[in-house]
Design a protein around this ligand. Structure first.
Ligand code: AP5
Length: 218
């Protein structure tokens, strides 16, 4: 099974992808995490994308398409969850071509809808595990054991440079202008399903599981 989680910054894509990976044997392919890993490694690509990411703008389609093609080829699980890709219509078209060439089917595109004021609050309060990238929130989603990541047991946490108010504004604008136009593209293909991303985290997971169980026949 291969799915896309689509939604604005802070919608909960990363939080949900991490929960679904194990249950369904899927690989989370998160382009933001890939870029942050490039930056942490000090690679040429990491240096090139640093300023663009911190400002909240999108990295070029060409760079992102090459990056994701490479990861899809290296995935050895039962399928993938795309988180943060595609983000523009050219990326969606390139993904289709990439999957067709490899004989891979895209089963569902799940859109998480969240009010803009909630997005600003979520991003402003977010901190992430330095080891695995799992997302938490200062008020509404703290680790079960204080200071220990629920997913990997890591004990170091970070705040993202692009979670400052000016970059959040730019990211939300980029979503409205460049990413939201993807929705009709997938609606026309009849694989788009929207869910209520304002529900509590467990409630959002249940809605996604309902859709995925329909795909697997469970
Ligand atoms: P990326 O890392 O993909 O960031 P994003 O899309 O802005 O999404 P986020 O990771 O911020 O949010 P999320 O939806 O995963 O929310 P989360 O689960 O963390 O991209 C970063 C940058 O990389 C881009 O700006 C761009 O520069 C570049 N980039 C990446 N991909 C690209 C591409 N394809 N093309 C071009 N450039 C690209 O949750 C957020 C917070 O809310 C957390 O604190 C969480 O605990 C909390 N929360 C989650 N769910 C709920 C809930 N239901 N109720 C209450 N709180 C919740």
């Amino acid at each position: 099974m291969n799915i896309i989680l689509l939604g604005p910054p802070g919608a909960g894509k990363g939080t949900q992808a991490k929960r679904l990976e194990e249950k369904y044997g899927l690989a989370q392919l998160a382009t933001g995490d890939m870029l942050r890993a490039e930056r942490a490694s000090g690679s040429e690509l990491g240096r090139q994308v640093q300023a663009v990411m911190d400002a909240g703008k999108l990295v070029s389609d060409e760079t992102m398409i090459a990056l994701i093609a490479n990861r899809i080829d290296r995935t050895d699980r039962k399928g993938f969850i795309l988180d943060g890709f595609p983000r523009t219509v050219p990326q969606a078209e390139a993904l289709d071509a990439m999957l067709a060439k490899r004989g891979i089917k895209l089963d569902r595109v799940i859109e998480l809808t969240v009010d803009e004021s909630a997005l600003v609050d979520r991003l402003g309060g977010r901190f992430t595990c330095a080891t695995c990238g799992a997302s938490y929130h200062g008020r509404n989603h703290r680790p079960k054991h204080e200071g220990v990541c629920d997913i990997c047991g890591g004990t170091e946490f970070l705040r993202r440079a692009d979670d400052d108010p000016s970059a959040i504004k730019t990211r939300l604008e980029a979503y409205r202008r460049q990413t939201a136009p993807i929705l009709p593209y997938y609606r026309d293909k009849k694989i788009l399903e929207a869910i209520d991303g304002m529900a509590p985290i467990d409630g959002v997971t249940r809605q996604i599981e309902g859709i995925l169980n329909g795909v697997t026949g469970d």
